[in-house]
Design a protein around this ligand. Sequence first.
Ligand code: SF4
Length: 432
Amino acid sequence: MNVADTERATTRLRAHDYIVSDSPAAADIVLFNTCSVRERAAHKVLTRIGEVRKQRRDQTPLIGVMGCVAQLEGELLFEQSPHINFVVGTRATDRLPAIIEKVLEGQGKVLDLGERAEGESLQIATHARHSAYVGFVPIIEGCNKFCSYCIVPFSRGREKSRLASEIIADVSRLRDQGFREVHLIGQNVNSYRPALNDGFELFKGATPFSRLLRAVAATGIERIKFTTSFPRDFHEDIVSALDEHENLCNWVHLPVQSGSDKVLRAMRRGYKVSDYLRCVENTRRAHRRISLTSDIIIGFPSESSSDFKETLKLVQTCRFDGLYIFKYSERPRTPSAKLLDDVGKEEKASRFLELERLQREVQRGIYLDYVGETLKVLVEGVSTKSLKDMTGHTTCHKVVNFAGNSQMLGSVIDVQVTESKINSLYGKDLVR
Ligand code: SF4
Protein backbone atom coordinates (compact mmCIF):
# COMPACT_ATOMS: atom_id res chain seq x y z
CA MET A 1 0.00 0.00 0.00
CA ASN A 2 2.90 2.35 0.73
CA VAL A 3 4.37 1.79 -2.72
CA ALA A 4 0.94 2.55 -4.21
CA ASP A 5 0.72 5.72 -2.06
CA THR A 6 4.12 6.87 -3.33
CA GLU A 7 2.92 6.29 -6.90
CA ARG A 8 -0.17 8.34 -6.16
CA ALA A 9 1.80 11.18 -4.58
CA THR A 10 4.25 11.22 -7.51
CA THR A 11 1.35 11.34 -9.99
CA ARG A 12 -0.27 14.33 -8.25
CA LEU A 13 2.99 16.25 -7.79
CA ARG A 14 4.14 15.79 -11.39
CA ALA A 15 0.72 16.90 -12.61
CA HIS A 16 1.43 20.18 -10.79
CA ASP A 17 4.85 20.55 -12.45
CA TYR A 18 6.98 19.37 -9.54
CA ILE A 19 10.10 17.49 -10.56
CA VAL A 20 10.41 14.33 -8.50
CA SER A 21 13.98 13.73 -7.36
CA ASP A 22 15.25 10.74 -5.39
CA SER A 23 18.04 12.76 -3.81
CA PRO A 24 17.23 14.31 -0.42
CA ALA A 25 20.58 16.11 -0.71
CA ALA A 26 19.32 18.26 -3.59
CA ALA A 27 15.54 18.44 -3.28
CA ASP A 28 13.70 21.62 -2.26
CA ILE A 29 11.03 19.55 -0.58
CA VAL A 30 11.69 16.26 1.18
CA LEU A 31 8.65 14.06 1.71
CA PHE A 32 8.72 11.06 4.05
CA ASN A 33 6.21 8.31 3.31
CA THR A 34 5.78 6.32 6.49
CA CYS A 35 4.47 2.91 7.60
CA SER A 36 3.59 2.08 11.17
CA VAL A 37 3.36 -1.68 10.89
CA ARG A 38 6.95 -1.99 12.10
CA GLU A 39 8.09 -1.03 15.57
CA ARG A 40 9.04 2.54 16.51
CA ALA A 41 7.98 3.98 13.15
CA ALA A 42 7.57 7.55 14.45
CA HIS A 43 10.98 7.45 16.07
CA LYS A 44 12.54 6.24 12.80
CA VAL A 45 11.08 9.06 10.71
CA LEU A 46 12.24 11.67 13.23
CA THR A 47 15.76 10.21 13.09
CA ARG A 48 15.72 10.34 9.29
CA ILE A 49 14.52 13.95 9.37
CA GLY A 50 17.46 14.75 11.68
CA GLU A 51 19.86 13.12 9.21
CA VAL A 52 18.50 15.14 6.28
CA ARG A 53 18.72 18.35 8.32
CA LYS A 54 22.34 17.61 9.16
CA GLN A 55 23.14 16.94 5.51
CA ARG A 56 21.44 20.19 4.46
CA ARG A 57 22.71 22.60 7.11
CA ASP A 58 23.33 25.24 4.44
CA GLN A 59 19.83 25.24 2.95
CA THR A 60 17.02 23.47 4.76
CA PRO A 61 14.39 21.95 2.48
CA LEU A 62 10.68 21.97 3.25
CA ILE A 63 9.91 18.78 5.10
CA GLY A 64 6.65 16.83 4.91
CA VAL A 65 5.47 13.56 6.45
CA MET A 66 2.77 11.42 4.82
CA GLY A 67 1.38 7.92 5.41
CA CYS A 68 0.42 6.01 8.57
CA VAL A 69 2.70 7.82 11.03
CA ALA A 70 1.35 11.14 9.76
CA GLN A 71 -2.24 9.95 10.25
CA LEU A 72 -1.62 8.56 13.74
CA GLU A 73 0.63 11.24 15.19
CA GLY A 74 -0.91 14.24 13.42
CA GLU A 75 -0.14 17.55 15.12
CA LEU A 76 2.18 15.85 17.62
CA LEU A 77 4.76 15.55 14.86
CA PHE A 78 5.11 19.35 14.74
CA GLU A 79 5.94 19.28 18.45
CA GLN A 80 8.33 16.38 18.10
CA SER A 81 10.23 18.04 15.25
CA PRO A 82 10.03 21.80 14.64
CA HIS A 83 11.51 21.19 11.18
CA ILE A 84 8.41 19.50 9.80
CA ASN A 85 6.38 21.91 7.63
CA PHE A 86 3.42 19.75 6.67
CA VAL A 87 1.73 16.52 7.70
CA VAL A 88 -0.48 14.61 5.24
CA GLY A 89 -2.76 11.77 6.42
CA THR A 90 -3.39 8.53 4.55
CA ARG A 91 -6.50 9.83 2.76
CA ALA A 92 -5.12 13.28 1.92
CA THR A 93 -2.42 12.26 -0.60
CA ASP A 94 -4.34 13.75 -3.51
CA ARG A 95 -4.27 17.17 -1.84
CA LEU A 96 -0.46 17.22 -1.58
CA PRO A 97 0.08 19.96 -4.20
CA ALA A 98 -2.46 22.25 -2.50
CA ILE A 99 -0.92 21.56 0.92
CA ILE A 100 2.58 22.41 -0.31
CA GLU A 101 1.19 25.53 -1.99
CA LYS A 102 -0.17 26.72 1.36
CA VAL A 103 3.23 26.24 3.01
CA LEU A 104 4.95 28.11 0.17
CA GLU A 105 2.44 30.95 0.50
CA GLY A 106 3.57 31.34 4.10
CA GLN A 107 0.49 29.94 5.81
CA GLY A 108 2.69 28.28 8.43
CA LYS A 109 2.55 24.60 9.28
CA VAL A 110 -0.16 22.69 7.45
CA LEU A 111 -1.94 19.59 8.72
CA ASP A 112 -4.43 17.55 6.64
CA LEU A 113 -5.79 14.36 8.16
CA GLY A 114 -9.11 14.57 6.30
CA GLU A 115 -11.02 11.99 4.31
CA ARG A 116 -10.75 11.56 0.55
CA ALA A 117 -12.88 14.05 -1.31
CA GLU A 118 -15.88 12.70 -3.21
CA GLY A 119 -14.96 11.71 -6.77
CA GLU A 120 -11.18 11.65 -6.18
CA SER A 121 -9.74 9.28 -8.72
CA LEU A 122 -7.11 6.68 -7.88
CA GLN A 123 -5.54 6.95 -11.31
CA ILE A 124 -1.78 6.57 -11.37
CA ALA A 125 0.32 7.95 -14.22
CA THR A 126 2.46 5.35 -16.03
CA HIS A 127 5.66 7.30 -15.30
CA ALA A 128 4.94 7.15 -11.56
CA ARG A 129 4.61 3.37 -11.39
CA HIS A 130 7.29 1.38 -9.58
CA SER A 131 7.54 -1.07 -12.50
CA ALA A 132 6.88 -0.85 -16.22
CA TYR A 133 5.50 -4.41 -16.26
CA VAL A 134 3.70 -4.95 -12.95
CA GLY A 135 0.96 -2.50 -11.90
CA PHE A 136 -0.58 -2.19 -8.45
CA VAL A 137 -4.33 -1.56 -8.44
CA PRO A 138 -5.82 -0.71 -5.01
CA ILE A 139 -9.32 -2.20 -4.71
CA ILE A 140 -10.09 -1.58 -1.04
CA GLU A 141 -8.64 0.75 1.56
CA GLY A 142 -8.71 0.48 5.34
CA CYS A 143 -9.79 -2.33 7.62
CA ASN A 144 -12.77 -3.16 9.87
CA LYS A 145 -11.29 -6.21 11.53
CA PHE A 146 -9.61 -4.60 14.56
CA CYS A 147 -7.22 -7.42 15.39
CA SER A 148 -6.08 -6.61 18.90
CA TYR A 149 -2.42 -5.97 18.02
CA CYS A 150 -2.89 -3.93 14.84
CA ILE A 151 -2.82 -0.21 14.22
CA VAL A 152 -4.10 -0.32 10.62
CA PRO A 153 -7.83 0.35 11.33
CA PHE A 154 -6.68 3.56 13.05
CA SER A 155 -4.06 4.61 10.50
CA ARG A 156 -6.01 3.66 7.36
CA GLY A 157 -9.58 4.04 8.57
CA ARG A 158 -12.54 1.81 7.83
CA GLU A 159 -12.89 -0.42 4.76
CA LYS A 160 -13.84 1.41 1.61
CA SER A 161 -14.13 -0.51 -1.65
CA ARG A 162 -13.72 1.03 -5.06
CA LEU A 163 -16.35 0.40 -7.71
CA ALA A 164 -15.63 -2.60 -9.93
CA SER A 165 -16.09 -0.34 -12.97
CA GLU A 166 -13.12 1.84 -11.85
CA ILE A 167 -10.94 -1.19 -11.11
CA ILE A 168 -11.72 -2.80 -14.47
CA ALA A 169 -10.97 0.49 -16.25
CA ASP A 170 -7.59 0.67 -14.45
CA VAL A 171 -6.71 -2.91 -15.36
CA SER A 172 -7.78 -2.45 -18.99
CA ARG A 173 -5.68 0.70 -19.21
CA LEU A 174 -2.64 -1.10 -17.80
CA ARG A 175 -3.19 -3.95 -20.28
CA ASP A 176 -3.33 -1.45 -23.17
CA GLN A 177 -0.16 0.23 -21.92
CA GLY A 178 1.70 -3.08 -22.12
CA PHE A 179 1.70 -4.09 -18.46
CA ARG A 180 1.84 -7.88 -18.15
CA GLU A 181 0.73 -8.29 -14.56
CA VAL A 182 -1.52 -6.50 -12.07
CA HIS A 183 -1.72 -6.90 -8.31
CA LEU A 184 -5.11 -6.14 -6.82
CA ILE A 185 -4.12 -4.74 -3.45
CA GLY A 186 -5.72 -3.86 -0.14
CA GLN A 187 -5.37 -4.68 3.56
CA ASN A 188 -7.98 -7.42 3.02
CA VAL A 189 -8.82 -7.76 -0.65
CA ASN A 190 -11.37 -10.51 -0.15
CA SER A 191 -13.43 -8.29 2.17
CA TYR A 192 -14.16 -6.27 -0.99
CA ARG A 193 -17.72 -4.94 -0.85
CA PRO A 194 -18.49 -1.95 -3.09
CA ALA A 195 -21.53 0.25 -2.45
CA LEU A 196 -22.86 -0.36 -5.99
CA ASN A 197 -22.71 -3.21 -8.47
CA ASP A 198 -21.34 -1.00 -11.26
CA GLY A 199 -18.96 -2.87 -13.50
CA PHE A 200 -19.54 -6.49 -12.54
CA GLU A 201 -23.28 -6.91 -13.12
CA LEU A 202 -22.60 -9.61 -15.72
CA PHE A 203 -20.35 -11.71 -13.52
CA LYS A 204 -21.40 -14.39 -11.07
CA GLY A 205 -19.81 -15.16 -7.74
CA ALA A 206 -20.62 -16.17 -4.19
CA THR A 207 -18.93 -13.00 -2.87
CA PRO A 208 -18.26 -9.55 -4.37
CA PHE A 209 -14.55 -10.39 -4.46
CA SER A 210 -14.99 -13.60 -6.46
CA ARG A 211 -17.24 -11.67 -8.87
CA LEU A 212 -14.55 -9.01 -9.17
CA LEU A 213 -11.90 -11.66 -9.86
CA ARG A 214 -13.98 -13.03 -12.73
CA ALA A 215 -14.59 -9.53 -14.09
CA VAL A 216 -10.90 -8.61 -13.95
CA ALA A 217 -9.95 -11.95 -15.53
CA ALA A 218 -12.29 -11.11 -18.43
CA THR A 219 -10.15 -8.05 -19.30
CA GLY A 220 -7.67 -10.56 -20.70
CA ILE A 221 -4.62 -9.11 -18.94
CA GLU A 222 -1.97 -11.80 -18.78
CA ARG A 223 -1.51 -12.19 -15.02
CA ILE A 224 -3.57 -11.16 -12.01
CA LYS A 225 -2.35 -11.53 -8.44
CA PHE A 226 -4.05 -10.28 -5.30
CA THR A 227 -2.92 -9.58 -1.77
CA THR A 228 -3.66 -9.75 1.16
CA SER A 229 -6.50 -12.20 1.84
CA PHE A 230 -8.21 -12.52 5.22
CA PRO A 231 -8.96 -16.11 6.33
CA ARG A 232 -12.50 -15.43 7.59
CA ASP A 233 -13.51 -14.03 4.19
CA PHE A 234 -11.70 -16.66 2.12
CA HIS A 235 -14.70 -18.20 0.39
CA GLU A 236 -14.18 -21.40 -1.63
CA ASP A 237 -15.58 -19.58 -4.67
CA ILE A 238 -12.28 -17.66 -4.85
CA VAL A 239 -10.56 -20.96 -5.60
CA SER A 240 -13.28 -21.81 -8.15
CA ALA A 241 -12.57 -18.50 -9.91
CA LEU A 242 -8.85 -19.37 -9.99
CA ASP A 243 -9.74 -22.74 -11.50
CA GLU A 244 -11.85 -21.10 -14.20
CA HIS A 245 -9.33 -18.47 -15.30
CA GLU A 246 -5.71 -19.23 -16.13
CA ASN A 247 -4.78 -15.53 -15.83
CA LEU A 248 -5.77 -15.53 -12.14
CA CYS A 249 -2.39 -16.56 -10.74
CA ASN A 250 -1.84 -19.59 -8.54
CA TRP A 251 -0.64 -17.75 -5.43
CA VAL A 252 -2.57 -16.87 -2.27
CA HIS A 253 -1.16 -14.91 0.68
CA LEU A 254 -3.30 -15.89 3.67
CA PRO A 255 -1.91 -14.72 7.03
CA VAL A 256 -2.74 -17.16 9.84
CA GLN A 257 -0.81 -15.40 12.68
CA SER A 258 -0.94 -18.34 15.14
CA GLY A 259 -1.65 -22.06 15.33
CA SER A 260 -3.34 -21.81 18.71
CA ASP A 261 -7.06 -21.11 19.10
CA LYS A 262 -6.38 -19.46 22.45
CA VAL A 263 -3.92 -16.99 20.90
CA LEU A 264 -6.14 -16.39 17.85
CA ARG A 265 -8.95 -15.48 20.24
CA ALA A 266 -6.69 -13.07 22.13
CA MET A 267 -5.63 -11.58 18.80
CA ARG A 268 -9.36 -11.19 17.90
CA ARG A 269 -8.80 -12.74 14.51
CA GLY A 270 -12.34 -14.11 14.31
CA TYR A 271 -11.50 -17.65 13.15
CA LYS A 272 -10.19 -20.91 14.58
CA VAL A 273 -7.33 -23.06 13.41
CA SER A 274 -9.87 -25.54 11.96
CA ASP A 275 -11.42 -22.71 9.85
CA TYR A 276 -8.00 -21.80 8.54
CA LEU A 277 -7.20 -25.41 7.68
CA ARG A 278 -10.44 -25.60 5.71
CA CYS A 279 -9.26 -22.64 3.60
CA VAL A 280 -5.94 -24.41 3.03
CA GLU A 281 -7.75 -27.61 2.00
CA ASN A 282 -9.80 -25.60 -0.49
CA THR A 283 -6.64 -24.24 -2.12
CA ARG A 284 -5.19 -27.76 -2.21
CA ARG A 285 -8.21 -29.02 -4.13
CA ALA A 286 -7.58 -26.54 -6.97
CA HIS A 287 -6.73 -27.84 -10.46
CA ARG A 288 -3.35 -26.10 -10.39
CA ARG A 289 -0.99 -26.20 -7.42
CA ILE A 290 -1.67 -22.96 -5.55
CA SER A 291 1.34 -21.54 -3.80
CA LEU A 292 0.40 -20.50 -0.27
CA THR A 293 2.27 -17.95 1.84
CA SER A 294 1.45 -16.64 5.29
CA ASP A 295 2.40 -14.42 8.26
CA ILE A 296 2.90 -15.53 11.85
CA ILE A 297 3.41 -13.46 15.00
CA ILE A 298 5.29 -15.31 17.74
CA GLY A 299 5.40 -14.31 21.40
CA PHE A 300 1.96 -12.69 21.55
CA PRO A 301 1.00 -11.95 25.21
CA SER A 302 0.14 -15.20 27.03
CA GLU A 303 1.48 -17.45 24.23
CA SER A 304 2.65 -20.52 26.17
CA SER A 305 5.16 -23.04 24.92
CA SER A 306 2.31 -25.42 24.11
CA ASP A 307 0.57 -22.67 22.09
CA PHE A 308 3.81 -22.23 20.22
CA LYS A 309 4.03 -25.98 19.58
CA GLU A 310 0.57 -25.79 18.00
CA THR A 311 1.92 -23.10 15.67
CA LEU A 312 4.82 -25.39 14.72
CA LYS A 313 2.29 -28.18 14.04
CA LEU A 314 0.22 -25.89 11.85
CA VAL A 315 3.28 -24.89 9.82
CA GLN A 316 4.14 -28.56 9.33
CA THR A 317 0.59 -29.26 8.17
CA CYS A 318 0.18 -26.27 5.86
CA ARG A 319 3.63 -26.48 4.23
CA PHE A 320 3.72 -22.80 3.28
CA ASP A 321 5.71 -21.77 0.22
CA GLY A 322 6.85 -18.71 2.17
CA LEU A 323 6.33 -17.35 5.67
CA TYR A 324 6.90 -13.93 7.21
CA ILE A 325 7.63 -14.36 10.90
CA PHE A 326 7.33 -11.41 13.29
CA LYS A 327 8.20 -11.16 16.96
CA TYR A 328 5.32 -9.55 18.81
CA SER A 329 5.88 -5.98 19.97
CA GLU A 330 3.13 -3.71 21.13
CA ARG A 331 1.76 -0.82 19.12
CA PRO A 332 0.60 2.08 21.26
CA ARG A 333 -3.17 2.64 21.29
CA THR A 334 -4.04 -0.94 20.26
CA PRO A 335 -6.06 -3.20 22.64
CA SER A 336 -3.20 -5.67 23.04
CA ALA A 337 -0.94 -2.87 24.30
CA LYS A 338 -2.91 -3.17 27.54
CA LEU A 339 -1.88 -6.83 27.90
CA LEU A 340 1.25 -7.85 29.71
CA ASP A 341 3.99 -8.52 27.15
CA ASP A 342 4.95 -11.61 29.13
CA VAL A 343 6.99 -13.66 26.66
CA GLY A 344 10.57 -12.63 27.35
CA LYS A 345 12.94 -11.31 24.70
CA GLU A 346 15.10 -14.43 24.77
CA GLU A 347 12.11 -16.74 24.56
CA LYS A 348 10.79 -14.77 21.57
CA ALA A 349 14.19 -15.02 19.89
CA SER A 350 14.35 -18.76 20.47
CA ARG A 351 10.78 -19.36 19.21
CA PHE A 352 11.56 -17.21 16.18
CA LEU A 353 14.63 -19.29 15.34
CA GLU A 354 12.83 -22.59 15.86
CA LEU A 355 9.97 -21.58 13.59
CA GLU A 356 12.36 -20.17 11.02
CA ARG A 357 14.34 -23.45 11.04
CA LEU A 358 11.18 -25.46 10.46
CA GLN A 359 9.98 -23.16 7.68
CA ARG A 360 13.38 -23.34 5.93
CA GLU A 361 13.18 -27.13 6.02
CA VAL A 362 9.65 -27.11 4.58
CA GLN A 363 10.59 -24.52 1.97
CA ARG A 364 13.73 -26.39 0.92
CA GLY A 365 11.55 -29.41 0.05
CA ILE A 366 8.99 -27.34 -1.84
CA TYR A 367 11.61 -25.42 -3.84
CA LEU A 368 13.53 -28.62 -4.63
CA ASP A 369 10.41 -30.07 -6.25
CA TYR A 370 10.60 -27.33 -8.90
CA VAL A 371 14.00 -28.51 -10.19
CA GLY A 372 13.54 -29.84 -13.71
CA GLU A 373 10.20 -28.03 -14.17
CA THR A 374 9.69 -25.33 -16.78
CA LEU A 375 8.12 -22.16 -15.39
CA LYS A 376 6.84 -19.02 -17.05
CA VAL A 377 8.82 -16.08 -15.68
CA LEU A 378 7.97 -12.40 -16.14
CA VAL A 379 11.37 -10.76 -16.52
CA GLU A 380 11.35 -7.71 -14.25
CA GLY A 381 14.96 -6.64 -13.78
CA VAL A 382 18.63 -7.45 -13.45
CA SER A 383 19.47 -9.69 -10.50
CA THR A 384 20.98 -7.84 -7.53
CA LYS A 385 23.46 -10.72 -7.10
CA SER A 386 24.92 -10.81 -10.63
CA LEU A 387 24.75 -8.34 -13.51
CA LYS A 388 24.73 -11.29 -15.95
CA ASP A 389 21.51 -12.62 -14.48
CA MET A 390 17.95 -11.48 -14.99
CA THR A 391 15.26 -11.89 -12.36
CA GLY A 392 11.51 -12.20 -12.32
CA HIS A 393 8.52 -13.93 -10.79
CA THR A 394 6.53 -17.00 -11.71
CA THR A 395 2.73 -17.08 -11.62
CA CYS A 396 3.09 -18.75 -8.19
CA HIS A 397 5.16 -15.72 -7.11
CA LYS A 398 8.52 -17.47 -6.81
CA VAL A 399 11.63 -15.48 -7.66
CA VAL A 400 13.58 -17.03 -10.53
CA ASN A 401 17.05 -15.90 -11.65
CA PHE A 402 18.64 -16.97 -14.90
CA ALA A 403 21.40 -15.90 -17.32
CA GLY A 404 19.93 -13.34 -19.73
CA ASN A 405 20.05 -9.79 -20.97
CA SER A 406 18.09 -6.56 -20.72
CA GLN A 407 16.32 -7.18 -24.06
CA MET A 408 14.24 -9.74 -22.20
CA LEU A 409 12.81 -7.14 -19.82
CA GLY A 410 9.04 -7.19 -19.73
CA SER A 411 8.67 -10.48 -21.55
CA VAL A 412 7.37 -13.77 -20.21
CA ILE A 413 9.99 -16.45 -20.75
CA ASP A 414 10.02 -20.22 -20.28
CA VAL A 415 12.74 -21.01 -17.77
CA GLN A 416 13.79 -24.53 -16.87
CA VAL A 417 14.70 -24.72 -13.19
CA THR A 418 18.18 -26.17 -12.63
CA GLU A 419 18.79 -25.29 -9.00
CA SER A 420 16.79 -24.40 -5.92
CA LYS A 421 17.86 -22.06 -3.16
CA ILE A 422 16.05 -21.29 0.04
CA ASN A 423 14.07 -18.29 -1.25
CA SER A 424 14.61 -18.43 -4.99
CA LEU A 425 15.07 -20.68 -7.98
CA TYR A 426 17.78 -20.63 -10.62
CA GLY A 427 17.33 -21.80 -14.20
CA LYS A 428 18.09 -21.45 -17.89
CA ASP A 429 15.82 -19.90 -20.44
CA LEU A 430 14.72 -22.34 -23.11
CA VAL A 431 14.92 -19.98 -26.10
CA ARG A 432 18.64 -19.25 -26.14
S1 SF4 B 1 -7.06 -7.76 9.33
FE1 SF4 B 1 -6.20 -7.42 11.36
S2 SF4 B 1 -3.97 -7.47 10.98
FE2 SF4 B 1 -4.94 -7.17 8.98
S3 SF4 B 1 -4.97 -4.95 8.70
FE3 SF4 B 1 -6.95 -5.51 9.62
S4 SF4 B 1 -6.67 -5.26 11.82
FE4 SF4 B 1 -4.63 -5.31 10.88
